[in-house]
Design a binder for this molecule. Sequence first.
Ligand SMILES: *Cc1c(COP(=O)(O)O)cnc(C)c1O
Length: 349
Amino acid sequence: MSTAPIDLRSDTVTRPTLAMRRAMAEAEVGDDVLNEDPTVLKLQEKTAQLFGKEAALFVPSGTMANQIAVGVHTRPGDELVCDPSAHVYLWEGGGIARLWGVTSRTVDPAEGVLGLSDLRGKVRPDDSHYVRTRMISLENTHNRAGGRIHPITAIAEISGWARAHNLAMHLDGARILNAVVASGIPAAEWGRYFDTVSICYSKGLGAPVGSALVGSADVIHEAHRLRKVLGGGMRQTGVIAAAALHALEHHVDRLAEDHANARLLAAAVEETPGLALESGRVETNLVWIAVDPALGTARELAARLHDDGILVSALGPQVLRACTHLDVSRADVERAAGALRRAATLAHA
Ligand SMILES: *Cc1c(COP(=O)(O)O)cnc(C)c1O
């Protein structure tokens, strides 16, 4: 048995492949703050095209891409609307308020992800007592909702309504290509409902660093300024953009394997007494697991799995998350499924 643990904590743990490292070593570079890095320019053009947008901006992280989007679409005192488990609200250190002076209104989705019926009536009146509702942020796939795909029909309805109310639409598309591969709906089809989309190359796509924001030429021009303000202007960035380009060229279709592996893990969860899929089903590469207190806490179960060579994240008192990705094979997932069953049985011993 191999001694290296199987790391299912996140799809961010992937390491660049040899071919990716070669592409990085051979990248043509220039000063990207001066817009002179040919590899970055190529990546930005390819990414913009993928989403049917005019322009894209390479940034160090998905968090920076989302925060720049908030900065571009709002002024201090404006309001952003999202669901309470959205990454932009929950896991970005309060950047919406700290960086931009924007308030957040969280709206609970009735069914996992937001629909138009959740949002109707949530635009503040044009009255000096109120903040100005300015922006809607959605997430696809939705991490905390179990890696779910936000149905495109719901997105289309929300987008039409948002435009009628003069609200900007942002998509946190950290894992949008997982949604593209799982649904068969092209990136540009999702993109047309949004003013800006963020995408992470560093998740399941397997690049070591990097994200992008896509949008109109005007929006991305302003985003370039905000990236500088946040300290995200980098220089010979082609070295890392080459990894992202390699990922777009070679690691998109294979996301289907991650999804099949996640389903295998999900089946093991469903068969194991005391474990359940938190959101009822697995659609992409994230498996959120509800742990019955009879098996102990999520941390205790994660510790037993750790002893068995499997790393998962405890993300709530009774919640585990396991992610499949580029560095996890079918055999690894079969072993993880066995370890899950053993860990649950040990609790009863
Ligand atoms: C990972 C992630 C981000 C942020 O990406 P970082 O590169 O870690 O800053 C944003 N949104 C979602 C849904 C994510 O999963």
